[in-house]
Structure formats: C-alpha cells, structure tokens
Write a protein that binds this ligand. Structure first.
Ligand code: UD1
Ligand code: UDP
Length: 363
C-alpha cells in the first residue's frame, strides 16, 4: 500500500483536492493522509467545500493562518515536517502556489520525500507576486511535475525541467467543473442569494494582493465596478482579504451600489458563473471557470498565467489602473465569445494524476 500525504489550506486547493481525493479513494493500492494547514478557516472559505464536495475530513488540522508570509510559511513548515517524520509517506502532494503549497514542498524536499506538484509550470513572470515565488520554488523542489497546459510544460522546459518527471495531465479544475458543475443546474434557485436574473448581471471576485493592498488599484477596481453597476447589477462575493482592505482604507462606501455577498459555496458560485453576462476577476480559478461555462471574462491584472484564454478571445486582460477602462472593457465583453479551443485536457486530469503518481512510486 502506497501512502500519499496531501497538503491543502486555501479555497482553490479544496476544489482541486475534491477532484483528486475522489480519484485517490477510487484507486486500489493507495491511501491518502490529508493535512489542512488552516490558511483559510472561515466556514464559508473552508468547511463548506468539505461538506458540499465530499472531501474527506483531514487527518491533521493545523490552524495556522494570518501573519506575514514568512511567519505563516515558517509555522507551517515546522509542523508539516513533524507530521511527515511521523507518517513517513511515500510521496507528498501539493497543489498550486499558496503559502501552504510552499511549506509542504519545502518540508518534503528537506526530508528527501518525493514531491508531486499539481499545477506545475504556471508562470506570471512577475516575482513581486507571492504566488510566483511559491510556484517557482515548488517546481524546483518537485520530483514529479504535473502540468495543466502546453504553456506550463513549455515554461518548465525553458527552466531546464524536462523528461519523465514532467507529465502533462490537464487541469483538475476542469474535472471539478464537469463533475460538480452539473449540480449547479442552469436555471436553479441558487441565484436567490443575490437576487439577480440569468444573463442579466456581472459577477466579480477580487482578492489578489497586488489589487487589494494598493489603495489606488483597489479604488480603481471598485470605482470601475460601480460604473458597471449603473447598467447591469454587479454581484461581488467579497473575499475576507478584500473586505478587510476596503475597511482599512475607508472605501467600503464604494460597494454601496454593488450586490456584495459573503463568499459563496462552490455550487452556488458555479450557478452564478454560468448565469453571468460577464465575469470580472483577478482569480486564477475563476478565469478558467468563465471559459468552461462559455462566459466572457475581464481579468483585472497586469498579466495572467492562463494565457491561452486571452489568445482565444475568451479573456481580456485589463490592468486595474482606471475605472473608466474597466467599465469599458466590461461593456465590450458583453455578448462576445472566443474561439473553440480545448487547452485544459479531457476532464480526466485527476485519474491521470493518480495513475502517474502510482507508476512513479512503483518505479
Ligand atoms: C491566498 C493565496 C492566493 C490564493 C488565495 C485564494 C498565498 C500567498 N495566497 O490568498 O494565492 O489565490 O488564497 O483565495 O498563499 N482571511 C479570513 N478568513 C479566511 C481566510 C483569510 O479572514 O478564511 C483573511 C485574513 O485576514 C488573512 C487574509 O484574509 O490574513 C489573507 O489570507 P491569506 O490566506 O494570507 O491570503 P489570500 O489573500 O487568501
Ligand atoms: N469560489 C467559490 N466561492 C467564491 C469565490 C470563489 O467557491 O465566493 C471558487 C471558484 O469557483 C474557484 C475557486 O474558488 O473554483 C477559486 O479560488 P480563489 O479565487 O480563491 O483563488 P485562485 O484560483 O485565484 O487561487
């Protein structure tokens, strides 16, 4: 029996783990030890995903959150090392690019435990993003790099990471969208939370540090959304970081004409994504979900890791420097479609991850 220790901690990792943990449970010869660092801890940022998506209860719950990047990562590293020493797993599995990812990767690398990285090879080429630092370092510690796209595989090759250790499996978020998206239904009552009608609202999510922690960008984003709201209702499930920064900056009044709601559970979120006229976001996951559901997207960032969607016309990259430009980009996006492309695999990334991992461990 092979034993895989998986480290998760932030919302997008619960969604990815929901798909992969289901595939691990369905596979003979492998057991998963799930560790939740506690990076996200509110019920609507964590528990709801475990309940809705049937993610197994973690064997370890570390309750480590907040503080500076170094404090958070350091505290996680210390506790994850102790758990890995005790459990002696055959491999450690990490997802994406959060501080929980980095801590899991470093702990495994220092103990010489093989590390598998799901969503390897993504790059923004912007080292000021905490996520870029996390993902580059994680990739360079990993023994097995599971990439979602051609671009990601190519990015690794340009850093000299090639050969059997790189396996392009597709995107697990596509698996999750196919499996759990069905539950959302197209005309369901799940839009009741925000009181909007199908096709007649804009959905916006903002949480990236570069947007929330820079008051000028934060102001441009919310003034831009306020302009959009003059023609179409704007639903904003407000991330706790963003809520905190708006409060700190005395800018909560900029949300007065928006339909702000607490963070949504995945099924309710998907129902909103499918029904939106346009999605405005700085989230990695939400950019792709917009495409999965055929909804045009405006990404409020200077660059994106998911370049294929910009190239195919599904996504417009708009640095949030000016409210008028944001509002104009949203109105131009309404009713548009991109090219018919399939950059994220066939929806079987989870099964491919598990079979690749098992092959790797049996070698
Ligand atoms: C983190 C990830 C980011 C990911 C995002 C997903 C890092 C460096 N960043 O950013 O890559 O896109 O998660 O959502 O790992 N908070 C709460 N309740 C919670 C969670 C957070 O109140 O359940 C507040 C806390 O004040 C916390 C702040 O939000 O200090 C930021 O949380 P943190 O996990 O540090 O970063 P995110 O912005 O969530
Ligand atoms: N999400 C959710 N509820 C929300 C906002 C986002 O369920 O209120 C889901 C979203 O559908 C996607 C994932 O969270 O699957 C994306 O996570 P997030 O935007 O927090 O992080 P990122 O993908 O940018 O790392």
């Amino acid at each position: 029996m092979k034993r895989i220790l998986t480290v998760i901690g932030a919302r997008p990792q619960f969604i990815k783990a929901a798909a992969v943990s289901r595939a691990i449970s369905a596979t003979k010869g492998v057991n998963e030890i799930l560790v939740h660092t506690g990076q996200h801890y509110d019920a609507n940022m964590s528990d709801i995903f475990f309940q809705e998506m049937g993610i197994p209860t973690p064997a370890y719950q570390l309750d480590i959150s907040g503080g500076s990047h170094g404090q958070m990562t350091g505290r996680m590293l210390e506790q994850l090392e102790a758990i890995m020493l005790k459990e002696q797993p055959d491999a450690v599995l990490v997802y994406g690019d959060t501080n929980s990812t980095m801590a899991g990767a470093l702990a495994a690398a220092k103990l010489n435990i093989p590390l598998a990285h799901v969503e390897a090879g993504l790059r923004s080429f912007n080292c000021r993003m905490p996520e870029e630092v996390n993902r580059v370092l994680t990739d360079h510690c990993a023994s097995l790099l599971l990439t979602p796209t051609d671009t990601a595989t190519q990015n690794l090759a340009e850093e000299g990471i090639t050969g059997d250790q790189v396996v392009q499996v597709g995107d697990v978020m596509y698996d999750a969208a196919l499996f759990f998206g069905r539950l959302a239904g197209e005309h369901s009552n799940l839009l009741e939370t925000s009181g909007v009608d199908v096709g007649r609202f804009v959905l916006a999510t903002i949480h990236r540090q570069e947007n929330t922690d820079d008051p000028e960008r934060l102001r441009a984003v919310f003034e831009g959304l306020e302009k959009v709201a003059r023609t179409l209702p704007v639903v904003v499930p407000l991330h706790p970081r963003t809520k905190g920064r708006l409060e700190d900056a005395g800018m909560l009044n900029l949300t007065d004409n928006l339909k702000t709601v607490a963070p949504l559970g995945y099924i309710e979120m998907v129902a909103h994504e499918r029904a939106a006229a346009v999605i405005v976001t700085d989230s990695g996951g939400v950019q792709k979900e917009a495409f999965f559901y055929g909804v045009p997207c405006v990404t409020l960032r200077d660059e994106t890791e998911w370049v294929e969607l910009v190239e195919a016309g599904w996504n417009r990259l708009v640095p949030p420097l000016n409210a008028a430009i944001i509002a104009q980009a949203v109105s131009q996006a309404v009713g548009t479609k991109g090219q018919n492309v399939t950059p994220y695999g066939a929806g079987d990334a989870s099964e491919r991850i598990v079979s690749t991992l098992l092959r790797f461990l049996r070698k």
